[in-house]
Design a protein around this ligand. Structure first.
Ligand code: MLT
Length: 468
């Protein structure tokens, strides 16, 4: 039974002016609208006052919280879960099919090598000791790993305090977008890793997608295709504040030459843009003279940020460890070092990478760990070679697959989602349709070389049977 006091409150609420109830049965919701016009309180302080009203809805569809309208602009779910959904739907409809082979998402499959693993195990064990136990660490990463990244991967070209250690490059791209906010124009290679575009939409940098071109309004799409050697015509580009550039490229497998990267850096410096260089696939580079970092390029310290990750280097896709480098000289137009604001994001919205995994990162960077990484890269590069030769033997042209773990297949005008479905249905092989990486990827298919060797060999046999 309702207490007299409570029923009094309810009655007075019901009687309050402005409250209306319509229809029965109903669910009454209290909806707060803030900020409302500013009111001055008795204490004289001025603050927004929330207005309260009751609405009654015959069928409750949700809370009173307005959806972030930017999310409604996103055309589809994120690419890779979407692919997994199609694969699972196929499997559900065909439960007796032979095992599906995934040449889809670029997820590593080979075990973490012993020396690198010893770092992870050692890091976990240390937490079980009184002397070694640590709680929260520095949000920017431990000093030792920042130093080692600077020394071993950048040859001292960048300083340890310019390195932010994190839980991965994808997460850092999201946090960089949080820092840049809605007021910038981003440019992306087309096709590109979907995180750049999707996060640009989420933070409100874009308008709606154009249903004809499948491009978002207010994003600069930089066409990258075989005819321009997968490098955009920088002179023809409209202005962009932030340029996302990935090399070795996901999905095309193209690798930018030193001259191309010099042109990119010169362009950014001349136009006052910032390049976010995604180097997650750098250790796959085998061609001599091809830069593995944007910081090998003169002039990059004033305009470039680099995101990177141990995911593909060392099989850390599940362990999670990455880093972002922001040189002290990269500044916003008001002179604020970009590094300072990124530091604010990291200290506020991140609590530091796992101490266990940072210990694994340290062993990655020992000479023994680096040698293990090289062996892993060789394994995946051999897979890429098998896939490339295999798909070419079916009569297709392909790109990439030499200094990169992705083979980019030219479908000669065929719709990539159709070919994806055909291959899944007839060969039980998962691939990624180029259109999933942006309109510029239509007519292409990406094959990932991260599957186990025997799966790559069998996938080629199956593809030959279906496509040759
Ligand atoms: C991909 O398959 O493109 C990527 O590996 C996915 C990722 O790294 O987030």
């Amino acid at each position: 039974m309702m207490s007299p006091m409570l029923s009094g409150v309810c009655l007075s609420l019901l009687a309050a002016p402005g409250l209306a109830f319509v229809g029965t049965p109903f669910i009454a919701q209290q909806v707060r609208h803030a900020p409302a016009p500013t009111s001055r309180s008795v204490t004289g302080s001025s603050r927004p006052r929330a207005s309260t009203r009751m609405v009654a809805t015959p069928d409750k569809v949700g809370t009173g919280v307005k959806r972030n309208e930017n999310f409604a602009k996103l055309k589809a779910g994120y690419l890779f879960p979407g692919i997994a959904k199609r694969r699972n739907a196929y499997l559900e409809a065909n439960p007796d099919c032979r095992p599906i082979i995934s040449l889809g998402i670029g997820d590593t499959t080979q075990p973490i090598p012993p020396h690198i693993l010893s770092g992870l195990v050692g890091g976990a064990k240390t937490l079980g000791t009184k002397e070694g136990y640590t709680g929260y660490g520095a949000e920017q990463g431990k000093a030792d790993i920042r130093e080692k990244i600077s020394e071993k991967l950048y040859n001292g070209l960048i300083k340890p305090d310019e390195v932010f250690v994190s839980d991965g490059a994808k997460c850092d791209i999201g946090r960089l977008q949080m820092m840049f906010g809605s007021g910038v124009v981003s440019a992306v290679q087309d096709p590109s890793y979907p995180v750049y575009v999707d996060t640009s939409v989420m933070v409100g940098q874009t308008g709606e997608v154009n249903e004809e071109t499948m491009q978002y309004d207010n994003i600069v799409y930089m066409p990258c295709k075989p005819s321009n050697d997968f490098f955009p015509d920088l002179k023809a580009l409209p202005h962009a504040d932030v340029i996302y550039f990935c090399s070795p490229n996901n999905p095309t497998g193209a690798v930018a030459t030193r001259e191309q990267l010099e042109a990119l850096v010169a362009h950014a410096n001349a136009k006052g843009s910032i390049v976010v260089f995604d180097a997650a696939y750098a250790p796959f580079i085998r061609t001599p003279g091809v830069p593995k970092s944007i910081f090998e390029i003169e002039g990059s310290r004033t305009c470039c940020i680099e995101v990177n990750s141990f995911s593909k280097y060392a099989g850390f896709t599940g362990a999670r460890l990455g880093w972002t480098v922001i040189p002290n000289e990269v500044k916003f137009s008001d002179g604020t070092p970009v590094r300072n604001d990124f530091n604010r994001v990291m200290t506020t919205a991140f609590n530091g990478a796992s101490n266990i995994v940072q210990s694994g990162g340290m062993t990655c960077l020992d000479d023994e760990g680096m040698a293990e990484i090289d062996t892993l890269m060789d394994y995946y590069l051999e897979n890429a070679k098998i896939l490339k030769e295999g798909i070419e033997s079916c009569g297709f042209k392909s790109h990439g697959g030499k200094d990169a773990p992705y083979v980019y297949v030219d479908l000669e005008g065929k719709a990539s989602w159709d070919v994806f479905s055909e291959i899944l249905e007839k060969a039980q092989v998962v691939t990624i349709p180029g259109a999933g990486f942006g309109p510029g990827g239509e007519g292409f298919l990406r094959l990932s070389a991260f599957a186990p060797r025997e799966s790559c060999v069998e996938a080629v046999e199956r593809l030959r049977a279906v496509l040759a």
